[in-house]
Design a protein around this ligand. Sequence first.
Ligand code: PEP
Ligand code: MG
Length: 588
Amino acid sequence: MKNQEHREIILKGIGGSPGICIGKAYLVEKEGVDVVKQYWVTGESLSAEVNRFKTAVKKAMEALRRIIEETPEELRQHTQILETHMLLLKDKMIYDKTVDLIEKERVNAEWALKKVVSVVKPMFESMSDDYLRQRADDITHVADRIMENLTGADQVDIARIDKRVIIVARDLSPAETSQIQLERIKGFVTNRGGRASHTGIIARTLEIPAVLGVGNATLNIKNDDIIVVDGEVGTVIVNPTEQTLVAVEEHILRYEHQKASMVRKSHLPAQTKDAVLFSVMGNIELPEEVVSVLDHGGEGIGLYRTEFQYLSRSNFPNEEMLFENYKDVIDVMGDRPVTIRTLDINGDKVVNYIRDDHELNPALGLRAIRYCLKKPDVFKAQLRAILRSAVSGDVRLLIPMISGIDEVDQTIQLLNEAAQSLKEQKIPYKRDIPLGIMIEVPSAVMTADLLAEKVDFFSIGTNDLIQYTLAIDRGNRHVAHLYQPLHPAILRMIKQTCDAAHKNGIKTYICGEMAGEPLYAPILLGLGVDELSMNPQSIPLVKEAIRSIDTVKLAELMESVMRLTTPQEIEALVKKKFEESMNNKQES
Ligand code: PEP
Ligand code: MG
């Protein structure tokens, strides 16, 4: 019998990046930081203790500065958050309070820092806003860094990892991730973090399997343990039995085979059985994801979420930085369309240098276009950068969170002003580009007929449209079961939007997560959607699903679907039809 130490255990987390791998665990848990002893500091040693703290902060600053300077140009995007960490190191809430505490309570620096963090961190953790909540992790990164310098704890030098291993960590800060030679890494497992975390974004971009938010991975996994990371379902198997290993290896072979055959076919057009051609595009957050869109057969960028360039910085990026960034994407895409969405901040993506009033209900607050119209300077800098970049390719401009005609009129006005200023400065630009709006607020659906007269295309953001229509917070796990894309209300809204668009001779696209679900492809095409955009990995699957559709039969399917009354019934019917059409496809 296997001893207790090597018993197979399964840990559950969040699937952060798809794929499965087997390998040896490499723990980057830092020992000695969690256990902090308290001791008293006498009068004459007090200033020495404060200096010891200040020196630890200074060392942490220098280390961060070095990492930023040594980061290769192509990964610079990921170092912006380090600048935030540098600011946090000197933040009054941490720095001044720790110095105060050392002096007032005459305690050692480690104890004072720990006490300050134990007050500040929960403040962030209890914030309703996702982005601010995630800043609690940044406080931990920063405090850990100071603490390591204070305690002299052994630091695992992750820059020197030279084996093909799976990294297991409490969390990986962007600073750490940018030091790792990622080509050596088979997978990631972290105690903390979710899909929106930095590690998740990087892992997905580089297609490295990752399971995040496991909670206790570093307690249950030891260095050199054999582990299986399944980023698809979000599980980690520690010390797998022979039997499990055989099953996993078979699974990997099947997965690789499926992926290879999908990717081989991903460059085939998304043409239905009756020869109707659809465009399938990719969504990106960072310019480097463009390559992944092309590799997966994407025919353009249907959604470039530009806000990531504004997050994790200490101030607004300037026009030149934005222009360079858009041009990078456009240059790679050549003459394929690139849909640049203007800034969608606040709501769930908060920029930490905007210190406006705290909003109780950020999802219903000064988000996206509402923020931009309040800050015309910020908005115009972005519009100018987009108009300038449009000279180099096929650029579409997309405005998020439109809730009525007024916002479109004001946007057009600012767009004209941006173009006029470029003209006066004799800077090359292109004003004549398609202007589209995101349909993600119910009022936009209800006035789609009016909006369609003003713009060149609609792009339905189902992530928010579902949130605002069904009154379901998209990030709240307690109501996740009610987040139903096939709710009759949502299907009717999509139909109403498509009908209004077509009556006015414009097209409707979908760029919410719903577009990336192959099962939904027949319904979306049946409702009249003209183009789909999704995360790069879903592109081959959705293209394959489209190739199994016969549009002549869609009207009949939609008649049945629209008669059904619950999402469950609709899903059952769609699944049945999908399986039938995939089977027919294999036979033919
Ligand atoms: C959406 O709401 O569906 C969408 C694509 O925008 P985001 O997810 O960035 O809010
Ligand atoms: Mg949205």
